[in-house]
Design a binder for this molecule. Structure first.
Ligand code: AMP
Ligand code: GLY
Length: 429
């Protein structure tokens, strides 16, 4: 079969790498693709948001399965368009993708579904939002309703910070239309974890747990990023909690969407805060997390294509998912300046030496080859150096051993990825 992957980051490289191992798959294309992904997927050069061109390509090339990496094409309705043309595609339609594209929509679904989440209210008027923040007390959280590239959430330590966040979004036009409506919510304490599940519209299947590191610097300090590293499994989610999350979070959410006439098929990714062993939902994403997808793909034993097809066909209830024992870790190597404006065009050395380490895969997120065939940095997040191992400590050691081989001017990465999981195991918890 022929597969088209929409997107070109580390997540898409990991998905393509996994799909390429499936004996059924004879060709993989990526849109747009990249020099790094070209190791496993042919670049089409088509923009990930050019939905008509993507559908035309899938038709003319007889693509059997399209897999959408990022949220923007999902929110723009790529799945609805493909389905209307009889093309098979993995992911939710536009209505379901509101779970990521609108925080107010999500909060409404969560409340209706009885899923635990922070107390909140939504606003388009600044004075009311400011007053509500004071009612909640501090810290509180101010969120732009729409897609804001992961930057639309502000944790406010006091009234002055809340006023500034509210005013910048509602009156200052920060985030544009995405911030014309906001959610103000209670601050939750606890440990964050990611829980991804597959859904075929009625049945769900939980994937292995994972955890990412959003802060730019060690010790969870510095600005928020798209994710500086991730690992799976997340020991904070044991088997009992895994089951509880499925029953109290994922299933009621999919059922509530179904009752609203929304047939949710694809990945449902819950960002959770775990406190005293209980999950509360911080947010939903409607696609695989990046970088969380990278350690997940390293651990996935089952055919990803079969699982995605079961979601499309509505046969997930008779599917199961198998994982390699042990753990996997991804360390993101980023450009100087990321997540702010960052350097580009630096020559990267040591990629081959890193990739030849045992149980290591180097997924490319922002690289290209120059005219001389050298690898250069082109993005904020440049590489996801991923490793598996019999336990998280071994996977961490392997990932950092591979990282130590790779260099470019200004590279930065966190040195403490998976520290919580390693600490828990060391403490015998
Ligand atoms: P979101 O995009 O909604 O996941 O928010 C980004 C990050 O902000 C999360 O990963 C959390 O670290 C933090 N966050 C969001 N909402 C809350 C909340 N209600 N309480 C505490 N932290 C939060
Ligand atoms: N790593 C967080 C995300 O993919 O949203």
């Amino acid at each position: 079969m022929k597969v088209l992957i929409v997107g070109s980051g580390g997540r898409e490289h990991a998905l393509a790498w996994k799909i390429a191992q499936d004996p059924k798959v004879e060709a993989i294309y990526a849109a747009p693709g990249s020099d790094g992904l070209a190791q496993v997927a042919r670049s089409t050069g088509l923009a990930a948001d050019d939905l008509d061109a993507l559908a035309a390509f899938a038709s003319s090339q007889s693509i059997d399965l399209t897999v959408v990496g990022p949220e923007a094409p999902l929110a723009a309705g790529i799945v609805d368009l493909f389905k209307s043309r009889g093309l098979r595609i993995f992911g939710p339609g536009k209505a379901g993708a509101q779970l990521e594209a609108s925080k107010a929509f999500t909060k409404g679904v969560l409340i209706e579904a009885g899923v635990p989440t922070a107390a909140y209210a939504e606003f388009s008027s600044a004075p009311e939002a400011r007053a509500f923040a004071r009612e909640l007390g501090f810290p509180c959280v101010v969120k732009a309703d729409g897609l804001a590239a992961g930057k639309g959430v502000v944790i406010c330590a006091n009234a002055a910070e809340a006023d500034e966040a509210v005013d910048s979004m509602l009156e200052g036009g920060r985030f544009g239309q995405a911030g014309a409506r906001i959610v103000v919510e209670e601050f939750l304490e606890g440990e964050e974890a990611s829980f991804m599940a597959l859904s075929d519209g009625s049945s769900v299947l939980g994937l292995a747990s994972s955890q990412d590191h959003k802060a730019a610097f060690d010790g969870d300090s510095g600005p928020n990023t798209g994710g500086m590293g991730a690992y799976s499994p997340a020991p904070v989610i044991d088997e009992a909690l895994h089951q509880e999350i499925l029953e109290t979070v994922i299933e009621p959410t999919v059922a509530t969407l179904a009752a609203r006439g929304i047939d949710y098929r694809g990945v449902l990714y819950a960002g959770l805060m775990i406190k005293d062993g209980r999950p509360q939902v911080l947010e939903y994403n409607v696609r695989f997390g990046d970088p969380e997808c990278q350690p997940l793909m390293m651990r996935l034993e089952s055919s990803l294509v079969d699982l995605m097809e079961a979601c499309i066909d509505g046969t997930l209830a008779s599917s199961e998912v198998r994982w390699k024992p042990g753990a996997a870790v991804c360390v993101v190597m980023a450009s100087a300046g990321y997540p702010g404006s960052y350097r580009k065009g630096d020559v990267i050395s040591g990629l081959e030496a890193a990739a030849s380490q045992p149980a290591v895969e180097v997924f490319h997120a922002g690289t290209a080859r120059d005219e001389q065939g050298r690898w250069i940095s082109t993005g904020g997040r440049v590489l996801g150096v991923s490793a598996s191992g019999p336990d998280v400590s071994k996977a961490v050691d392997r990932a950092y051993e591979a990282v130590s081989k790779i260099r470019w001017d200004g590279v930065h990465y966190r040195r403490d990825i998976a520290h919580r999981a390693v600490g828990r195991i060391a403490a015998g918890a």
